[in-house]
Design a protein around this ligand. Structure first.
Ligand SMILES: Nc1ncnc2c1ncn2[C@@H]1O[C@H](COP(=O)(O)OP(=O)(O)OP(=O)(O)O)[C@@H](O)[C@H]1O
Ligand SMILES: [Mg+2]
Length: 250
């Protein structure tokens, strides 16, 4: 349920300007704990920029980012990942090609376990169980001994989702996770993301409207750096302004 009590992330009056270009203007958004929140909008609408501001990659000109009520505006990407547990997957896969699938997940997990200072954790049964669980979640258990370079484009994207999950983030941010995927891979990615919900809160940017319909609980539409509309998938699909600027070609 969306109510005032369970807001995980809130941005207030967020604006950013790059060399005179206003990329975001007065964006207000609330992400509730445990929800799967999809952001849609035309190319250049400011979706990736929004993620950059939440994860500390860019600093807003005005406005604030609150995570669990704490003002994290202007904090470094490292601090936001490690201390506040916000994990992000960028557009396009980004994995270690010269390692196996399993090693990629282990590396991501070790980063997390060294942060918790649990020295023996990485050799423990709990660690191995967690690695197997994540490999299952991303449909790559049978491929765990494959080199990452031998995976398909879609599988590499899943591996990177697994690497984000391995860091045990409270909030997972995914930028166009189905880009370049086949229809079958896109559908599987949707089911994967739905499995992550509940244990994690997710913000997902996507253009593929079949995928958005498959997963979205709540949708925000950005256009020219501003929030054009927000609501349930049904509300968004029936919003005349959204249809006019974004959905008419769908
Ligand atoms: N660091 C930057 N410096 C200058 N301009 C930037 C910077 N980051 C983003 N922009 C501009 O801000 C606008 C919004 O870009 P952004 O990448 O956020 O759009 P998007 O909604 O993610 O689009 P797409 O769907 O194509 O990925 C674009 O016009 C882009 O060129
Ligand atoms: Mg983008």
């Amino acid at each position: 349920m969306r109510n005032q009590e369970n807001i995980l992330l809130e941005v207030k009056h967020l604006s950013v300007e790059f060399n005179g270009f206003q990329a975001l203007t007065d964006v207000n958004m609330k992400i509730h704990d445990g929800e799967l929140h999809v952001i849609i909008g035309p190319n250049g609408a400011g979706k990736t920029t929004f993620m950059d501001l939440v994860t500390g990659k860019s600093t807003p000109t005005t406005g604030i980012v609150l995570f669990e009520g704490v003002n994290i505006t202007g904090k470094s990407t490292t601090e936001i990942t490690r201390k506040y547990h916000i994990g992000r997957k960028f557009q396009g896969p980004n994995v270690f090609d010269n390692m196996t699938v399993k090693e990629n997940i282990e590396i991501a997990m070790e980063g997390y376990s060294s942060m918790t200072k649990c020295v023996f954790f990485h050799k423990s049964a709990a660690f191995k169980d967690k690695v197997s669980e994540i490999l299952g979640l991303i449909d790559l258990y049978d491929y765990r001994q494959f080199m990452a370079s031998d995976l398909s484009h879609g599988q590499r994207q899943w591996l990177e989702i697994g690497m984000v999950v391995a860091q045990n983030p409270k909030l997972i941010i995914l930028d166009e996770p189905t880009a370049g995927m086949t229809a079958d891979e896109t559908y599987k990615t949707g089911e994967m993301i739905k499995r992550l919900k509940g244990e994690h809160t997710l913000i997902v940017v996507e253009h593929d409207m079949d995928f958005v319909r498959q997963v979205a609980e709540y949708v925000t539409v950005l256009n020219y750096g501003q929030v054009l509309a927000e609501g349930t998938m049904e509300e968004i699909q029936n919003n005349d302004e959204v249809i006019a600027v974004y959905l008419k070609e769908d």
